[in-house]
Write a protein that binds this ligand. Structure first.
Ligand code: 6SD
Length: 245
């Protein structure tokens, strides 16, 4: 998978060199390239922002550096025929594990990280007319720019690319893959500060362990995220449920 990122703070993406993702990059499973938007601003001060048309507080990102940066990426010989351009935005569709799975099947993703009050609307309009553009939110809170949202999405997407996570079974077992929250995990020692590992986990009875974990998942979901449970799991008559999608 090829991933290009455009930002005025390329240093944020140094974090992608660490751990699992860094190894995936080294092994060529994900080819991440970070581009400094200011390289595409050609005045003395490499200006990327200007005052909002119509007035108001803050600054808006100018369209010209964005146009040049995105055209450079899209015309690179290594670019896919139809890359998907994602702009993190609090006004976008909400990112989810389902969206991460869809995006992990893409050949080429391009992330455009806004700053200030956002990017001139004509940039979205131009690239939506020429190809595929999605505005995506990582949740209902306001960040200062798209960088942290992009890192979160890249981590969620790249770990689903075949070969990135060593044991693919660990992808299936975790929170949200079955629409439920994950059961609690324990390791050794069997007792720590007077707190015992639940005896069933030391019983060697694999069926009993699976049952206990399933119950813990449902109970935890009922307590913290009841909206994730189907009506059936909540003890109501059967109806449609988003986790079945
Ligand atoms: C100005 C941005 C880009 C500002 C954002 C995304 C989410 N979920 N919260 N905040 C955000 C993205 C904020 O550029």
């Amino acid at each position: 998978m090829r991933i290009d990122v455009v930002s005025i703070f390329p240093g944020y993406f140094d974090a992608l060199e660490l751990s699992l993702l860094g190894k995936a990059k080294q092994r060529g499973l994900v080819d991440v390239r970070v581009h400094d938007l200011r390289e595409h601003a050609h005045d003395k001060h490499r200006t990327v922002d200007d005052t909002p048309s119509g007035g108001g507080a803050g600054m808006v990102m100018k369209p010209e550096p964005w146009g040049e940066a995105l055209d450079t990426i899209l015309t690179d010989p290594g670019a896919a025929d139809e890359p998907l351009i994602i702009f993190p935005s609090p006004a976008g569709e909400v990112f989810s594990q389902k969206m991460a799975r869809e995006l992990a099947d893409e050949e080429h993703l391009v992330f455009g990280c806004g700053r200030y009050e956002g990017i001139d609307q004509r940039v979205f309009d131009e690239y939506a007319e020429r190809g595929r553009v999605r505005l995506v939110s990582i949740g209902d809170y306001i960040l200062n720019g798209g960088e942290v949202a992009t890192i979160a999405m890249i981590e969620a997407i790249a770990r689903l690319v075949p070969g990135v996570v060593g044991n693919p079974e660990s992808l299936v077992e975790e929170s949200h893959e079955d629409g439920l929250l994950e059961y609690p995990s324990y390791t050794k020692p069997a007792e720590w500060r007077g707190r015992a590992v639940p005896p069933v986990l030391l019983s060697g009875n694999h069926a009993a362990i699976a049952t206990w974990r399933g119950e813990q998942s449902i109970e935890r979901t009922r307590r913290v995220r009841p909206e994730l449970l189907s009506r059936e799991q909540r003890g109501e008559p059967r109806g449609r449920h988003a986790a079945d999608d």
